[in-house]
Unconditional design. Structure first.
Lengths: 521, 341
């Protein structure tokens, strides 16, 4: 071993990052060369995004070092990372919607003339950058908010390139692109690599990675599993590396529940705004149905659609065989329909944090406990007490603000608030995220209890164990549609992951990448 | 399924509205305000028995220019998705100080003007410091500083009075070739302050911040400096308004009612001028026309022989109509949750 400078352009080592008590990264390393495309793989929450955020200066690591070109660097904000040649294209677009395309591309380092922005030069730079990514047909003077999502993503890539980075990071940057655009972008990435740029690529689309990457690194649970040359491992071996952890047995036994034969909810050809593409779904009383798949494949939209918040959704929804209109949460929770939604963001969509537990519990059901607009105080108190007992909410907090409770207890209040409406169909969006194991277990037991009492439950979870442990069957979503239904023996983690990546049923056989890509778009 | 074609509404917009459809949101805002103002002014001139005399135009321009300057001052913070409730107080404070130091000979007057402008810059900079580094909400921060600035104005001029350099006052109230000098002042502010600001890095950063502060941060934009500059320039513009007020009235007066009226009307003028209260979109030029629209309402009432007491009612209606035009976006929303964002 020589003592000379590191052979790598970028070398990260010993990176550790915690959010509160939750470990996001533990002693992680990452190295990459000039002129290479390096893919990062891992499940949701494996730590890829955190690593990228650290590298681009958005968050700071608790410990660890970053070496760029052999020099130790540290970034306290994105600007510093930019200045040293690290450009990142984020999953959530970083474009400024009210500004023009040219303004956006030139925003970090605009061309100046007499101290003012030289619009003509900026326009030229924008045109060049767009041409480089193959977006010549985008008008640099158009306002970004007028562009379609796919065009915006091209602008985003052009923006990152206009800074002439040494390291270019693409975090799910192709997720909204059309097949033709993906082709152009891939050609460009290969060219940039040959010119000596280091490219870090994150995608959940395995075929893309197979086509594009030189090197792959797999992360799991905040630690690095392995770095290997692309093409040396089969898809199934990669998926195994991504999962690779043991099941924990926090799940109550799935009792054999009496399931009615007639569906209570029947959804046909439900579509909305390119984000839901023809969903068909049936749920029977007593059933727990899981929604799986990668984050952001339309699961949230499907639940919001069933709860009546989407405008212009097409398709039909039937409750007990009768077609219904769902135009607001108020309609969805009415006695005729009886749908409840435990939303994704409990702090902002689920609770009024500064109000008491009692008040929060009765909000959704207050009409049921009132006569002619006057609340029956005694009935309300009784119902609240019953709910608090059922959910085992910590008694000393019930007259204080709900914001003072722990995350787990807050989530119980959100669930309780909806149980007060006596729903027949309960939609839950990742209800156990960020919650301690004990409370998780209580929630699982509650779900089984509700199902055995005849509720139909639609549970979206990013935790595959949870889907396997709780659900009778799991619908895996990809690109706004249900691509596979898993039940019984088939409901295991390997199948869930490969279905989530939209690989064909036999994950071991690698498909011809091109074809799958087009099919998936 | 993602499609590569542009959203249908853009295509149809360009098809049905031609070159108007190609204008940016800010430009459309300016155009609407201009048209409303032109329509009102034509009606005003047509209804006027004596027709439009240069003298009338001059008087109308002077009244409008005062609000226009304060409205331009308001525009800058609003573009960053902020608000400045102290523009009226800064305007009054500048008036009080100007009636004390913009006096005597040309040299003293020149120094006096600089003194007042410096004071305006200082007021704006204090707002900026509190909002950027004190991390207070603009609304409450400027509500507080507004009271402070008004208090200083009272200390400077406890009783209405004072005077102003006569040549300056005379010049500002006259017109050349039928162009009122107050309009020339507005033009100068646009050319020497607004346009360079609009084209500067920090000026564009202000638009970026208003458009999406998170994305602006992610793009490595100097957020703090841009906000500081927006509030500081706002103070400067308000103090220019204060100097013009002194020239028009030959005196200074610390009146709370004036400060409040100008602050509230400035917000109305900004909105009528097409600047979004959600930030990111807007123009100080639009605010000028917005100010003139609000001022012309009063004149119209006189020619139509409507009791001037009803002026606030009509100003309110005009404001509501203008704001409704701006919130048509709600019709395009596809997820009801977004309405509440």
């Amino acid at each position: 071993m020589s003592e000379s400078k590191s052979p790598y352009l970028l070398s990260m080592s010993g990176i550790t990052k915690r959010y509160g008590g939750v470990r996001a990264l533990e002693n992680v390393s990452f190295d990459t060369h000039r002129g290479s495309i390096h893919a990062l793989l891992g499940e949701n929450g494996a730590g890829k995004s955190t690593l990228i955020k650290i590298l681009s200066g958005v968050v700071q690591p608790d410990s660890g070092t970053i070496e760029l070109d052999g020099n130790t660097v540290s970034f306290t904000n994105p600007q510093q990372a930019n200045d040293l040649g690290v450009s990142c294209i984020f999953q959530e677009l970083s474009l400024l919607p009210d500004l023009t395309v040219a303004d956006n591309i030139g925003i970090t380092r605009p061309p100046l003339k007499f101290g003012m922005i030289d619009y003509r030069a900026q326009r030229r730079i924008a045109e060049e950058a767009l041409a480089r990514v193959g977006g010549e047909n985008i008008d640099p003077m158009e306002t970004v908010s007028n562009l379609s999502l796919s065009r915006r993503q091209m602008v985003e890539i052009a923006k990152a390139l206009a800074r002439n980075p040494k390291i270019l990071i693409l975090d799910e940057a192709t997720s909204a692109l059309t097949a033709a655009d993906v082709d152009k972008v891939f050609k460009m990435l290969h060219r940039l690599r040959d010119e000596g740029m280091a490219i870090i690529y994150i995608s959940h689309r395995m075929p893309e990675i197979a086509e594009l990457a030189d090197t792959c690194t797999v992360y799991r649970n905040g630690t690095k599993v392995e770095t290997f040359k692309n093409g040396t491992k089969s898809d199934s071996a990669v998926v195994e590396m991504m999962i690779g952890r043991e099941y924990s047995s926090v799940y109550p036994a799935k009792s054999t529940r009496p399931t009615a034969s007639k569906p209570i909810l029947k959804v046909s050809d439900f579509s909305w705004n390119d984000e839901l593409n023809g969903i068909d779904l049936e749920m029977r009383p007593g059933e727990i149905v899981g929604l799986g798949g990668l984050d952001g494949q339309g699961q949230r939209q499907l639940q919001l659609g069933l709860f009546g918040t989407l405008i212009g959704a097409s398709g039909s929804v039937e409750i007990n065989g009768a077609p219904v209109k769902l135009n607001s949460p108020k309609m969805a929770k009415s006695d005729d329909i009886g749908i409840a939604l435990v939303p994704e963001d409990r702090k902002y969509e689920g609770l009024m944090l500064s109000m008491t537990v009692r008040e929060n519990l009765s909000f959704a059901a207050v009409e049921k406990m009132s006569r002619m607009g006057v609340v029956d105080k005694r009935a309300e108190e009784a119902a609240i007490d019953e709910m608090i007992a059922l959910l085992k909410i910590k008694a000393d907090g019930i007259d204080g603000p709900v914001g003072a409770l722990s995350g787990g207890n807050q989530q119980k209040v959100v669930i309780g608030k909806w149980l007060m409406t006596k729903p027949r169909i309960i939609l839950l969006n990742d209800p156990t995220r960020g919650i301690d194991v004990g409370t998780k277990q209580e929630i699982y037991q509650l779900l089984q209890k509700l199902a055995s009492e005849g509720c139909a439950i639609l549970l979206y979870s990013t935790d595959y164990d949870e889907l396997i442990g709780c659900c009778d069957r799991v619908l895996v979503m990809y690109d706004g549609r249900i691509v596979r239904t898993l039940a019984g023996e088939d409901l295991n983690e390997t199948n869930l992951v490969s279905a989530a990546l939209n690989l064909p049923e036999q994950a071991a056989k690698r498909p011809e990448p091109k074809k799958l890509q087009e099919a998936s778009l | 399924m993602t499609v590569s074609s542009e959203p249908a509404d853009l295509v149809s917009r360009q098809k049905y509205f031609g070159w108007v459809g190609r204008l940016s949101a800010a430009q459309r805002g300016i155009l609407i305000a201009m048209l409303i103002f032109a329509a009102m002014f034509i009606v005003y001139g047509w209804k006027q028995a004596a027709g439009l005399t240069p003298n009338m135009i001059n008087t109308a321009a002077n009244k409008g220019a005062l609000l226009a300057l304060v409205a331009m001052a308001q525009t800058l913070p609003v573009i960053t998705r902020g608000l400045d409730l102290s523009v009226g107080a800064t305007f009054v404070l500048a008036n009080c100080l100007a009636s004390t130091i913009v006096v005597d000979g040309p040299i003293a007057t020149t120094f006096g003007i600089f003194g007042v402008l410096l004071l305006g810059l200082a007021c704006g900079a204090v707002n900026g410091l509190i909002i950027v580094y004190g991390r207070l909400q603009p609304l409450i921060a400027t509500l507080a500083t507004s009271a402070v600035y008004f208090g200083i104005a009272l200390a400077v001029r406890p009783q209405p009075g004072g005077s102003v350099n006569f040549e300056l006052a005379d010049f500002m109230t006259r017109s050349s070739f039928a162009v009122p000098h107050s309009v020339l002042l507005l033009l100068a502010v646009v050319v020497f302050i607004w346009i360079p600001y609009r084209r500067s890095v920090l000026g564009r950063a202000a638009f970026a911040i208003g458009s999406s502060e998170q994305a602006a941060y992610m793009s490595g934009i100097p957020i703090n400096r841009a906000k500081m500059l927006a509030y500081t320039l706002s103070g400067l513009l308000a103090s220019i308004g204060g100097i013009l007020l002194t020239a028009l009235t030959y005196s200074g007066a610390a009146k709370m009612s004036i400060a409040n009226e100008y602050t509230l009307n400035s917000i109305g003028a900004v909105v009528i001028g097409g600047t979004s209260l959600f930030g990111g979109v807007g123009s100080a030029v639009g605010s000028i026309f917005g100010a003139f629209v609000m001022r012309t309402v009063g004149d119209l009432l006189i020619v139509f022989d409507i009791n001037p007491v009803l002026q606030p009612l009509f100003v309110g209606v005009v404001l509501l109509v203008a704001v409704s035009l701006g919130s048509l976006r709600v019709l395009r929303i596809k997820n009801r949750l977004d309405i509440y964002r």
